[in-house]
Design a protein around this ligand. Structure first.
Ligand SMILES: Nc1ncnc2c1ncn2[C@@H]1O[C@H](COP(=O)(O)OP(=O)(O)OP(=O)(O)O)[C@@H](O)[C@H]1O
Ligand SMILES: [Mg+2]
Length: 392
């Protein structure tokens, strides 16, 4: 048995590493089947991409007529690249046959005349290239491609776009957003699912009433997986890999990591690796130190990149201060003016370092929080984790 296979983090997870999300999966698959556009928003690494991937696998099995398009805009830098990728993936998803790809390209992309380049394995891959001046004038033909093909071929498309917020950063992002919305809102046979890792940008695109994508679809704020579900999953994975952990010990893992998906998997993995056959409290604790140590360079960089008033604001939050704009707090922590407190709150939220909840501001990254408490307040991890967990 491979040692690293008990838990998994860092990539999209599926099958045996995927757990729970039953309600969200049902919600999403119902939307996909009923043609309801969907937007998923959550802080980083809570499980958006994994959820969509899982649901698409299920959908593929349940509805043969639904053609699935997956786009990840992570490394897409401009409109041309986006349109080339969009057109290619839509055509590729519409059929499994090479001759169809060529025929559809000719039939449905008449005015933009792309050149088709076959890949190393022509039955599996090809690329389309457009000439910029032509498509800048007529992106419509490409953006309407799924709807047109779907109508003609009597199929439907589910088009999932990860890192969608990148589009807003293109040179002509604002124009493109407008264009996309204007065309896509008429699509009857193409359903869009849009999500991405930059939460503040996604909020800006979809929750700002002056923006074109405002109320484009059903907005799902993805929450955390519950403690008891994590415990069940951890017990199962231990069992499947021939080791033992009791529920009382297993529960420490989601608890200490505030149920943050990526960190729960990471801490579970380190704990599993630390332990001979049976995991006890001290294994989890040692694993916790490993988690923090392995993220240390990242935490240090985050802290270094903050201005002194931003860092001080984080300290005030870490110390549990509730009224950050009060005179006392501002002078106690050297937070600068009221205006800079307001500006810094916004900035720390945009960086996904803190989150605003009814109880006040909280750290979003549970391991960063532990590191921060130790670094700036000399509090041991043990003393911080024994406090009531702040963001469950
Ligand atoms: N349903 C799940 N079951 C088990 N682990 C999960 C689940 N969802 C997420 N994870 C864990 O969290 C990690 C991050 O998940 P994922 O990449 O899907 O999140 P994301 O919200 O898309 O992140 P980002 O905001 O960075 O794009 C995964 O590598 C995995 O370890
Ligand atoms: Mg993601």
């Amino acid at each position: 048995m491979k040692k690293s296979s008990a838990f998994k983090y860092g990539t999209v997870v599926s099958s045996r590493y995927f757990t729970n999300r039953e309600t969200e999966s049902k919600h999403l698959i119902t939307n996909f089947k009923n043609g309801i556009h969907t937007i998923i928003i959550s802080p980083r690494r809570w499980g958006k991409s994994s959820l969509v991937e899982k649901v698409l696998e299920d959908l593929g099995k349940q509805e043969k007529n639904a053609k699935i398009v997956r786009l990840d805009l992570f490394s897409v830098k401009d409109e041309l690249e986006f349109l080339e990728m969009f057109a290619k993936e839509v055509i590729k998803a519409s059929s499994s046959k090479l001759d169809h790809w060529i025929a559809y390209t000719k039939e449905f992309l008449q005015s933009v005349v792309p050149s088709i380049n076959l890949g190393v394995d022509p039955n599996n891959d090809f690329t389309l290239s457009f000439h910029l001046p032509e498509i800048e004038k007529k992106p419509d033909e490409i953006l309407n491609l799924p709807e047109v093909i779907a109508q003609k071929k009597n199929i439907r498309f589910v088009i999932c776009i990860d890192e969608f917020q990148n589009l807003a950063e293109f040179e002509n992002g604002a124009y493109l957003e407008k264009k996309l919305r204007a065309l896509w809102q008429h699509h009857k046979k193409a359903t869009y699912c849009l999500y991405g890792s930059k939460r503040h940008m996604m909020n800006e695109i979809f929750n700002n009433s002056s923006k074109p994508f405002y109320r484009f679809g059903d907005l799902i704020p993805l929450g955390k997986i519950k403690t008891e579900d994590w415990v069940k999953y951890i017990l199962e994975r231990y069992k499947a890999t021939g080791k033992f952990i009791s529920p009382d010990v297993a529960v420490l893992i989601p608890k200490w990591m505030s149920n943050h998906s990526w960190y729960v998997q990471q801490l579970a993995n380190f704990t599993w690796q630390q332990s001979p056959e049976r995991s006890e409290y001290h294994h989890v604790y040692a694993a916790l130190e490993d988690v923090i140590n392995s993220n240390l360079p990242f935490f240090q960089k985050v802290a270094e990149d903050l201005s002194s008033t931003q860092l001080n604001l984080l300290k005030a939050i870490a110390a549990g201060e509730k009224s950050l704009n009060s005179k006392d707090t501002m002078s106690k922590y050297n937070l600068g003016t009221g205006a800079s407190v307001t500006k810094n709150k916004k900035l720390l939220m945009e960086k996904d370092l803190i989150d605003q909840t009814p109880e006040g501001f909280e750290f979003l990254d549970p391991a960063f929080r532990l590191w921060f408490q130790k670094q700036y307040f000399n509090r041991s991890y043990e003393s911080v984790i024994s406090l009531p967990s702040e963001n469950n």
